[in-house]
Design a protein around this ligand. Structure first.
Ligand code: ATP
Length: 430
């Protein structure tokens, strides 16, 4: 990679990513590494212009305060420290430096060039992907979500028809979602796309299953089975593309953080599938992934898509999934998304969706007694998905959504708004 870089060494900070993002915001590439990196490893990296020793509350590891190898202090690269009392560098900060001070360090002391942007990133990735992959083929599970869509667009630009995308419609997609994957990737970007309509297969496996854990397991296992079958039909695949992004890497790789998450992958593919991995987004933060998708020409609704659970609408059609309630979830979700977009809430609210429970309530329709399902609307905001607050949706917007759902969605006679923050409630219901 040709960009100048600032290395952040994690000495127990909980704010490594904030710092890395602050540096990248200045247009300079920044990467986080563990405190015990060796000076040789550092020297093997290209274009290292500066080092930030980033200390903090997790500085005690196995009873000892951590520090970098003394050779790193003498490696001749400009260095500052943040909240690292035993640092042996000239300039030390007690807390994250202001933008001005960071600028002074990055451009003044380190003389770094501001050349980190998505255009450069894409052209470099295209070049290195072509070199790495040669004339071999790459398989990619394309969900239509942000990460796999951006990986697909990048790989299409780099290797065109050598990329084989497999999209599985498990029947639990949102309204129009699978169709838009086909429209964008097959019709517009001319991708080599295998579209598998496995709805019937998933729905029949799920029939009568009401336990949320079992539902998730069945969906996950069936997904692997379908993907496996499709992969077996293909010849000469050498690589597997994955939408791993930078937070996946740092969350599973840091040596001081308390919470360690497992690495992102395609739901645990069978071990006997011998693929090498291609993970072209592994340097990017989520907002950079979105910017990369936009630069690659993906539509706005795809790159700004809100998070959507792997098991899809299956966990929003509560209890044992029935086709009538699944349709009610899908249709009401489409109305909610449409009205949120019209009200400009789609950009502001982190996640919003509808849920249909598996019981009925009494109502009146066309002057007669009705006994039908209810739709629950949920709209939440969060920073890290660990806690969540409720969006105070404007009353008029809620009324419009309610009357549209009651008018347009079959088998529904009641609409509720979920007021519960996380905790004690979770974001999803199952
Ligand atoms: N219906 C699907 N068809 C094909 N691939 C899928 C499907 N659902 C999930 N995948 C694959 O599994 C990966 C992990 O799925 P997950 O639901 O955890 O999404 P994610 O981490 O948000 O990524 P994305 O933004 O690409 O959906 C996806 O990146 C994609 O490669």
């Amino acid at each position: 990679m040709k960009e100048d870089r600032i290395i952040i060494l994690d000495l127990g900070s909980t704010k490594n990513t904030d710092l890395a993002r602050a540096v990248r915001k200045l247009g300079v590439y920044s990467e986080i590494h563990p405190f015990d990196i060796t000076v040789e490893e550092l020297k093997n990296m290209d274009h290292v212009r500066g080092i930030i020793l980033n200390g903090g509350e997790n500085r005690i590891v196995e009873g000892k305060a951590v520090d970098v190898d003394s050779a790193i202090y003498n490696c001749g690269v400009p260095m500052i420290s943040v909240d690292h009392p035993t640092a042996k560098c000239r300039q030390q900060f007690d807390e994250m430096p202001s933008d001005e001070k960071l600028k002074q360090f990055v451009f003044g002391d380190c003389k770094a060039e501001a050349n980190w942007n998505m255009r450069n990133f894409i052209s470099e990735q295209v070049e290195s992907l072509r070199e790495e992959i040669g004339d071999k083929k790459v398989l990619l599970a394309l969900s239509g979500g942000v990460d796999s869509s951006v990986v697909a667009a990048l790989l299409i630009k780099a290797i065109g028809q050598q990329l084989v995308c497999v999209h599985v419609n498990h029947g639990l997609m949102r309204k129009g979602e699978s169709e838009s994957v086909v429209e964008v990737f097959q019709k517009q970007l001319h991708a080599n796309l295998v579209y598998v309509d496995a709805s019937e297969r998933f729905l029949s496996k799920l029939e009568g299953v009401s336990d949320p854990e079992n539902k998730r397991k069945i969906i996950g296992n069936e997904f692997i089975r379908v993907f496996d079958e499709e992969a077996m039909k293909l010849d000469g695949i050498h690589y597997l593309g994955q939408g791993t992004i930078y937070p996946d890497i740092i969350e599973s790789g840091t040596k001081t953080a308390k919470m360690v998450k497992s690495h992102h992958n395609v739901g645990g593919l069978p071990k006997d599938m011998q693929f090498e991995l291609v993970e072209p987004l592994k340097q990017l933060f989520k907002d950079e992934v979105r910017a990369c998708g936009t630069e690659l020409g993906l539509p706005d609704y795809m790159v700004n898509r809100q998070p959507f659970p792997g098991p899809g609408l299956g966990v929003r059609c509560l209890g044992a999934i029935t086709r009538d309630r699944l349709e009610a979830v899908r249709e009401s979700d489409a109305i909610l998304r449409d009205e949120f977009e019209k009200a400009g809430l789609d950009r502001r609210v982190w996640q919003y969706f509808t849920v249909v429970p598996d019981f009925k309530s009494v109502g009146m329709k066309n002057h007669a007694r009705s006994f039908d399902y209810m739709v629950i609307i949920r709209a939440i905001n969060t920073v890290d998905a660990m806690t969540a607050t409720i969006e105070k949706v404007d009353w008029d917007v809620l009324e419009t959504i309610t009357s549209r759902i009651l008018d347009e969605v079959d088998n529904v006679n009641r609409v509720c708004f979920d007021m519960s923050p996380k905790p004690p409630a979770t974001i999803e219901f199952e």
